[in-house]
Design a protein around this ligand. Structure first.
Ligand SMILES: Nc1ncnc2c1ncn2[C@@H]1O[C@H](COP(=O)(O)OP(=O)(O)OP(=O)(O)O)[C@@H](O)[C@H]1O
Ligand SMILES: [Mg+2]
Length: 228
């Protein structure tokens, strides 16, 4: 599904990603953990084509994504929910969702999005900026789903969100994977990540330093690797 090989990235002279290798599979939640500043968001932005890689290859369903820009990667099937959500505050909820139509695969907000996030249906004519942080996170996930991705990249979706909404988001992530989507979930909230993980990756200073079966995260001592 998604294959990443030897991926390297630098900002100016400082090397941030150092030969990252991993795969993420359809129907599975792959969680990526790591302390602050190890390069998790840089990895997702590089997969999305927001930063050009210095070296390495990214392949989605056998297609090499090479130097494609973000819009072409979205068309190829990568959905991206950035850290901090980045919804458009002055556009309505529905207009924010319609941004996802840019890939051309959708022309109406799929019922599934409103069914998974009923609050978005209720608030569809309200401005994005008027939503709570948790509602904005649901909107950002809904917008990514409107691109009809094959893989969903989520950057710390629980950051700054209250427990009841975190539970809802967890249920949605599980359901999407069970329906066949590949999910790459960057998280610092260990329990949330462990409960969802089919596979895990731990990053440190731009490298994947541990990986394994999601059910073995406790046994493998992952909590200690990422605790500060
Ligand atoms: N645009 C940029 N220019 C220069 N350096 C950057 C830029 N963005 C990030 N960095 C640096 O790259 C490193 C990795 O940052 P990144 O945001 O990928 O970390 P992260 O693992 O996502 O951290 P966090 O858990 O805090 O979100 C950090 O040292 C950061 O300061
Ligand atoms: Mg980050």
């Amino acid at each position: 599904m998604l294959q990443v090989s030897g991926l390297s990235q630098a900002y100016g002279g400082s090397q941030i990603l150092r030969g990252v290798d991993f795969e993420a599979h359809a129907g599975q939640v792959t969680v990526l953990l790591g302390r602050n500043g190890v390069g998790k968001s840089t990895l997702l932005r590089t997969l999305m084509g927001i930063h050009a890689a210095r070296a390495g290859t990214v392949t989605l369903d056998g297609r090499v994504l090479g130097g494609l820009p973000p819009n072409r990667r979205a068309e190829a099937g990568i959905g991206y929910v950035p850290q901090g959500r980045e919804i458009f505050p002055r556009l309505t909820v529905e207009e924010n969702l319609r941004i996802g139509f840019a890939t051309g695969r959708m022309h109406m907000v799929p019922d599934q999005v409103y069914e998974m996030f009923p609050v978005l249906l209720e608030m569809r004519h309200r401005r994005g900026g008027d939503l709570s942080g948790g509602q904005q996170q649901q909107l950002a996930i809904g917008r990514a789903l409107c691109t009809r991705p094959k893989i969903l990249l989520l950057d710390e979706p629980t950051e700054g969100i209250q427990p009841s909404v975190i539970k809802d988001i967890g249920r949605v992530i599980r359901r999407l994977a069970d329906e066949g989507l590949a999910v790459l979930l960057v998280e610092q909230y260990y329990d949330f990540a462990r409960d969802l993980a089919d596979a895990y990756l731990v990053m440190d200073r731009g490298e994947v330093v541990a990986r394994g079966d999601g059910r073995r995260m406790d046994a493998d001592g992952v909590r200690a690797m990422v605790s500060v």
